[in-house]
Design a protein around this ligand. Structure first.
Ligand code: GLA
Length: 687
């Protein structure tokens, strides 16, 4: 009799790892850049810093296969053995992000072609076409040999497929693959013509062979074609990820497989990838010069956690100090680096890793910060790394803990893509900027939220925000409507419900499919003058009176169809038209914000919606403390002070700070750029 062994669940693979190791801590490790005698010193220093996971081999293909068909793994045997002897786990990468130069030299078709028709050359990295069958063949061959050799190595704890998938190729093989993808989606050229609306500008295709990627054209591309191209590119890369993942799974059913996503990166739709990752991993490089960086980091972390359905995720890459790829690279203090790491843990990460362990002497990343700078271990940066390693050990009770949210923000990649296509009312409206502005209000007021794709069942949420959903499908509109009817508060932003899934504009008054629930409808989208338009606030406006609310970027000529009007345009093309409305519906409410409000008015609206809902901040009643982030993960209450100034935050206690072991009662005294991780206490000492 054959007994079927059930497949392990994705999340349990990573949970097993962290249950053994505690929070992951480490970084990319590129030993091939150093002579073998450095490897032992690296492992010793890693151990001293409490590093327990390093990502090895991301860019090692040319070292494994210096010439076609060669296999040189001896050096990696030694590296893995040394790491294992020191108790350091390895996240072993498939080396497929950077093929050796010989591949492109012998097979130019493996090299990517840009939209202008230029074939890119080796000498950097990412020099492959995801559509190239020759590239795939070689990538899977080296992956197979690597996996077969190391699937049972005791150092290997996790698998890392490729690196930051995002490559695009517009070449002939990609064009053929695009046509195949379109054939699957539409079946016939006639259906494609219909979906792309090719009656416009004489674009009608008569045969599949005429269909191309949106390469450089004389004038604006067809937005439906551009949208499908984005979908195709994301799917094609996912196929490449899956092919490598499947090779790994054929030899190792136990260890988690992942790849490093890049937060709000437009190149792939992460909602369609998430189910294929055993743990969602993210690379994050907040700009130390950007005052919004902490709020934006929180937004990305909420996305990454939500992609995994709330399961712990992994900060796969971050920087201890400056990066080297911005035009001007401000450094980060060790305190800020620590704080950013703790922020990730607070918002659901079960590990914090950096690019990279030992800094590089040569190559394009020679000025990038690292965990072990070229100046050595007796450095400010490395001391900061050691401090963080100790902190993460103390945070072991956090492992596996979940961040619970009653607020959802809807975010959709195809909608973001389609709303950003050329030739629209304004190119100043960006769906992610709008999302950032709305999320920031929640973050500043210590309200935790999940991000959800459209059409997700919203049953667990009391407040549902839709900052912008240009492309709206029936099933998503139904989910939003159902949420409001059963008692949630729904807040919808401008330029929503404009187009269908083909990026065709919907006919009739907008926002299509949401008019009934919102009790409002519109007939014109109108770009607003550069200095914006003042709003007249109705007496029932929820915020401070006379606050001087302004609309900017885009407005809409709206008509209330049952909703209360809370603000109208005072002047200009939209004078007198509603800008903000509220509509009672079923057990809930539906608000519409038909413009980009100034940040203070955005806060007025969103906080009023929050008060009207059953959702609440982490510590209800606590006034906002500028720069202080408060989030609860499992039983641990994190307070993170992103400002350089001391903050005094009253927190009903008593508590113990896991980071110091000290009792905290009444008021948390938080120095600038510091954090506490509070658990109920104090712990009674029994001896
Ligand atoms: C990305 C890459 C790394 C490295 C870092 C530098 O995250 O994955 O290989 O180049 O950027 O910041």
């Amino acid at each position: 009799m054959v007994i079927a062994v059930p497949e392990r669940s994705a999340a349990s693979r990573f949970a097993d790892l962290t249950a053994r190791s505690g929070l992951c801590f480490g970084g990319d490790y590129n030993p091939e850049q150093w002579p073998a005698d450095v490897w032992r010193e690296d492992a010793r220093l890693m151990r001293e810093a409490r590093v327990n996971l390093v990502t090895v081999g991301v860019f090692s293909w040319a070292r494994y296969e210096p010439r076609p068909g060669a296999r040189e793994f001896d050096w990696l045997d030694e590296v893995l053995d040394v790491l294992d002897e020191h108790g350091i786990g390895v996240d072993l990468a498939t080396p497929t992000a950077s093929p050796p130069p010989w591949l492109g030299a012998r097979h130019p078709g493996t090299l990517p072609v840009d939209a202008e028709g230029v074939r890119l050359v080796p000498g950097s990295r990412n020099q492959f076409s995801p559509a190239s069958s020759v590239y795939r063949e070689h990538a899977l061959a080296i992956t197979t040999d690597l996996v077969v050799r190391y699937a049972n190595h005791p150092a290997v704890r996790m698998w890392h497929v490729g690196n930051e998938f995002g490559q695009v190729c517009y070449g002939d093989e990609a064009a053929a693959a695009f046509r195949e993808w379109l054939r699957d989606r539409y079946g016939s050229v006639e259906a494609l013509d219909d979906a792309w609306g090719t009656a416009v500008w004489s674009q009608r295709y008569d045969d599949w062979s005429e269909v191309l990627p949106p390469r450089r054209m004389p004038y604006h591309p067809n937005p439906s074609q551009a949208l499908d191209w984005r979908r195709f590119c994301s799917d094609q890369l996912l196929g490449l990820y899956r092919a490598q993942r499947d090779v790994i799974r054929a030899h190792d059913t136990e260890r988690p497989v992942t790849t490093n996503l890049m937060g709000f990166f437009a190149g792939i739709d992460p909602w369609t990838w998430a189910d294929d990752l055993d743990v969602v991993s993210d690379d994050a490089y907040p700009d130390p010069g950007d005052p919004q960086a902490p709020a934006d980091a929180a937004l990305t972390q909420d996305l990454v956690r939500s992609l995994g359905g709330g399961a712990p995720w992994l900060l796969m890459e971050s920087a201890t100090s400056a990066v080297s790829w911005r035009p001007h690279n401000l450094p980060k203090s060790p305190e800020r680096s620590r704080l950013e790491s703790l922020q990730a843990v607070a918002r659901g990460a079960d590990g914090v890793c950096f690019f990279q362990w030992r800094g590089s002497r040569s190559g394009a990343e020679r000025f990038h910060s690292s965990m072990l700078p070229l100046a050595g271990a007796d450095t400010r940066v490395h001391r900061g790394v050691r401090r963080l390693g100790a902190d993460l050990e103390r945070l072991r009770p956090v492992v596996g803990g979940r961040v619970e949210a009653r607020v959802a923000i809807v975010v959709d990649w195809p909608s973001w893509w389609a709303s950003g296509e050329v030739a629209r009312p304004t190119d100043r409206l960006d769906a992610v900027d709008q999302l950032r502005a709305w999320h920031r209000v929640l973050w500043e007021h210590h309200v935790v939220c999940d991000l959800v794709p459209p059409a997700r069942d919203l049953a667990g949420y009391d407040l549902v925000l839709v900052p912008q959903l240009y492309l709206l499908e029936e099933v998503a509109a139904q989910a939003l409507t159902d949420a409001a009817r059963r008692g949630a508060v729904l807040v919808v932003g401008p330029f929503t419900g404009v187009a269908d899934e083909r990026a065709h504009l919907r006919t009739g008054r907008f926002p299509a499919l949401l008019r009934d629930v919102l009790g409002v409808s519109g007939e014109e989208h109108a770009a607003l003058p550069d200095d914006g338009v003042p709003l007249d606030l109705a007496p029932r406006w929820p915020g401070r009176p006379g606050a001087g609310a302004r609309a900017s970027v885009l407005g809409e000529l709206l008509r209330a169809d049952g909703a209360d009007v809370l603000a109208t345009y005072r002047a200009g093309h939209l004078a007198g038209a509603p800008a903000v409305t509220r509509h009672g519906v079923g057990q809930g409410e539906a608000w519409y914000v038909g413009t980009v409000l100034d940040q203070r008015s955005t806060a007025d609206v969103l906080l009023a919606a929050l008060r009207a809902s059953a959702a609440a901040p982490v510590l209800p009643g606590l006034p906002a403390h500028p720069g202080v982030e408060i989030v609860r993960r499992g039983d641990v209450l994190f307070l993170l002070n992103h400002s350089p100034d001391r903050a005094l935050v009253p927190v009903p206690g008593p508590h113990v700070d896991l980071l110091t072991g000290e009792p905290v009662t009444g008021v948390v005294d938080l120095p600038g750029h510091d954090a506490v991780a509070l658990v109920d206490g104090p712990i009674e000492r029994t001896s």
